[in-house]
Design a binder for this molecule. Structure first.
Ligand code: ADP
Ligand code: ZN
Ligand code: ZN
Length: 733
């Protein structure tokens, strides 16, 4: 019999970029299990990453593990590798990476093994029962009678006897007639037959081809881009591949950008399969998240569906990973310390688990298209809408040539009228919530500013408030200018004002608004979507929220109110995001049997991005955009990382990055850009700045960061800032 390795290498949640060695207990511990360890003056919970024969730390200074928290690993070998890889790739301390991957309850020591309290009758209880005891306690007698037939779980007893069972159990317990124990509920046997799947529609040729290619890869790694316009039937392909996976006795991990915005997708998985599902998203309480992890870990949930951090969820017998809307920026963790891309980690996880991964989108990220071109991903294309083949007609409205009121041009208003008359619904898209983005005094020129941000306060008329959309600051809506006492007026358009204008222009036509001000609680979105889907709402006004995952079969017209925001940004990704938004919102038109029309209002109708998109669609846009990225040596033709910091003064924020840059002097294979203050330098009272590091190749960037980052922490100017590294940043400022 082999002896347990004496040394355990443990990931502990600290900013130190290393593992910590401990002497293991007598019982063997496998990598992936949680342990409680002494750490400085504290005790902390860490995860065993590896076992070693010896440590660099002297035997007498090596501390011992205090307690083992799991009896089998929380993370399997593939996941441990993935976490190590992520710590390296994102240059983040391994202990914090591992902590970020765990739900809070598990970080605090909760048990992952699903536990059940089971009750049984004791010998004394049986004897008492035989003598007709207890005489005047019908509840207790009932409980004993139930246990005479065999062990019962808490849940079973509650169901059988109602809430009163607990008091009865306590009394019987004190008399020693019954007893209970915590036992792990057994995971289902591997290869349980998958319950019969509900039938989907027969797939069309393209869908069948796509599903077939993915299914042929079940059991081995393969990365697929499933590209198809909204409504082309991507979800049906996911469902088919999932059905095959379940039939093979394996489970599926499905990632979505934001669950609140995609209830329809969740519903379709739930309706199609009669298997338990674990759903993971940011709206769960810590306990709910723990329960969902337990279901997934024990293999009871056969489909695990969730947002970003679900990429770390345990999935017993993983068979396939699907990431819907893979281009969506919410897959990237944009704040905090560990800034990872769940989409990219999904691909790495699939590789380690030897399963296929499917990235679905109507508007794939340029990085993903580049990976296709490089032969790393296989592209599967759905060219037609599944239920209706005519794509919507796109046209531009030149805002300089047409009168407009409340942001709506005459041609747009005429089109809305036409579509309403024809019995259709119209969707008006404006990516700005609130009533108006500015409150202005026409006498002295004062505009309501946020005192903590370089931003104006947005007017929220219904709430009679001024709100900052960047820091959340809120003030009462003033009636007069605080500077000169003259009347103030809201300037510009927000969705609230747009709704008001449409109600005036089309009296009696019900309008539904969709933005974060009206969708606040669970169920709000579903309610709004129902009003639109039922035809009760005829005009739909909305922000980005309407571009995601909803099926509005009767919407025949989409008006994009202002496409110009993304045209002239300093962020090299802005055109990509704009094109994606336009295509996604356009995809809401004409999903039923009627053809759709899309009108885009702009002051720049000759802008190549817009004309290219109109003439050649996303495909054409992507080709042009990739050429531009290549010429400018931006990703995916180079590798990028950003050091962002914030401080109480603009000077401190810049000083740290200037010192950081000086440390990099003479570094080879990388180019440093900046530091520059963020476009909105002041946010929530802190001043932000950034320094970009660019390299033609990943290894050079990696080598540089490896050597450079540890030096930054030691800079005296680091003490006055909060800073973080962002590898593959999604948003530049
Ligand atoms: P996507 O995910 O690409 O937006 P969906 O899978 O949601 O597309 O399909 C759009 C609509 O077409 C859905 O209502 C779906 O039920 C239907 N659909 C998809 N594939 C087929 C098919 N092969 N036959 C009939 N209807 C289909
Ligand atoms: Zn004034
Ligand atoms: Zn603010």
């Amino acid at each position: 019999m082999s002896r347990a390795p004496p040394v355990l290498r443990v990931a502990v949640a600290t900013p130190l970029r290393q593992l910590f060695d401990y002497r293991g207990p007598a019982d063997p511990i496998r990598p992936g299990m949680r342990v409680r360890v002494p750490f400085g003056r504290r005790r902390m919970i860490g995860v065993v990453m590896a076992a070693a024969e010896a440590s660099d730390i002297a035997e007498d200074r090596l501390k011992a593990v205090l307690e083992t928290l799991d009896d089998r690993p929380v993370f399997d070998a593939g996941m441990l590798e993935l976490l190590q890889w992520a710590a390296g790739y994102y240059h983040h301390p391994i202990g914090e990476v591992v902590a970020a991957a765990l739900p809070k309850a598990l970080r605090l020591g909760a048990s992952l093994a699903a536990q059940e309290e089971r009750w049984r009758i004791t010998a004394a209880g049986r004897a008492a029962c035989g003598q007709g005891e207890p005489r005047r306690a019908p509840r207790q007698r009932e409980l004993l009678a139930a246990l005479l037939l065999g062990e019962r779980s808490t849940a079973q007893l509650r169901e059988q006897l109602g809430e009163a069972w607990r008091a009865a159990a306590r009394l019987l317990g004190t008399r020693g007639w019954i007893e209970s124990a915590q036992v792990s509920s057994a995971p289902p046997a591997a290869g349980d037959a998958a319950p019969a799947a509900g039938a989907g529609p027969p797939l069309n040729d393209e869908q069948r081809e796509a599903a077939g290619r993915i299914e042929a890869s079940l059991g081995q790694f393969g990365a697929f881009l499933l590209q198809g316009v909204t409504g082309s039937g991507k979800t049906e392909v996911y469902l088919r591949v999932t059905a095959q996976t379940l039939a093979q006795g394996r489970s599926a991990l499905v990632l979505v950008p934001e669950i609140g915005l995609t209830p329809q997708l969740v519903g379709r998985f739930r309706d199609r399969f009669g298997v338990p599902m674990a759903v993971l998203h940011s709206g769960l309480t810590d306990h709910e998240r723990l329960l969902a992890w337990r279901e997934a870990y024990a293999g009871r949930a056969r489909i695990v569906l969730g947002t970003r951090s679900a990429v770390f969820a345990p999935v017993a017998n993983l068979g396939v990973i699907i990431a819907d809307e893979e281009h969506d920026a919410s897959y990237k963790q944009q704040d905090g310390g560990f800034r990872y891309s769940a989409r990219d980690l999904a691909v790495m996880r699939a590789r380690r688990a030897a399963v296929p991964v499917v990235l679905g989108s109507a508007t794939p990220a340029l990085e993903t298209l580049h990976n296709v071109a490089a032969g790393r991903y296989t592209r599967l294309v759905l060219t037609r809408r599944a239920v209706q083949s005519a794509p919507p007609r796109l046209a531009l409205i030149d805002l300089r040539a047409h009168a407009h009121s409340a942001g709506l041009s005459t041609p747009a208003l005429q089109a809305i009228e036409r579509h309403l008359d024809a019995g259709g619904q119209a969707l008006v898209f404006l990516n700005r919530r609130g009533y108006a983005p500015t409150l202005l005094c026409t006498a002295c020129g004062w505009v309501a500013p946020c005192k903590d941000c370089d931003a104006r306060l947005t007017v929220h008329l219904a709430a009679q408030a001024l709100r900052c959309h960047h820091c959340g600051a809120e003030a009462l809506l003033p009636q007069r200018c605080p500077q000169c006492g003259f009347a103030v007026k809201p300037v510009g358009q927000g969705t609230e004002r747009l709704e008001e204008a449409l109600a005036q222009r089309f009296p009696g036509v019900p309008c539904v608004r969709l933005d974060r001000d009206v969708v606040r609680r669970r169920g709000d979105l579903e309610a709004a979507v129902r009003r639109i889907a039922s035809g009760e709402g005829r005009i739909l006004v909305g922000t980005q929220m309407v571009t995601k995952g909803h099926d509005f079969p009767n919407v025949t017209l989409v008006v994009v109110l202002n496409a110009d925001q993304g045209l002239f940004s300093t962020d090299f990704r802005a055109p990509e995001r704009l094109a994606q938004t336009i295509v996604q919102v356009a995809g809401r038109a004409g999903r039923g049997t009627r053809p759709g029309e899309v009108l885009i209002q702009t002051e720049f109708p000759d802008h190549p991005l817009l004309t290219g998109l109109l003439q050649e669609g996303y495909e054409g846009f992507a080709r042009t955009a990739l050429t531009e990225r290549r010429q400018a040596a931006w990703p995916p033709f180079s590798r990028l990382a950003a050091v962002r910091d914030s401080a109480r003064t603009a000077q401190s924020a810049l000083d740290f990055l200037t010192d950081a840059r000086a440390l990099a002097d003479g570094a080879r294979g990388v180019r440093l850009l900046g530091p520059v203050p963020a476009a909105m330098a002041k946010r929530a009272g802190r001043h932000h700045a950034q320094l970009l590091i660019e390299s033609p190749e990943r290894t050079a960037l990696h080598r540089f960061l490896e050597a450079w980052l540890p030096l930054l922490a030691a800079l005296p100017s680091a003490r006055r800032v909060r800073w973080a590294l962002d590898v593959d940043p999604m948003e530049l400022f």
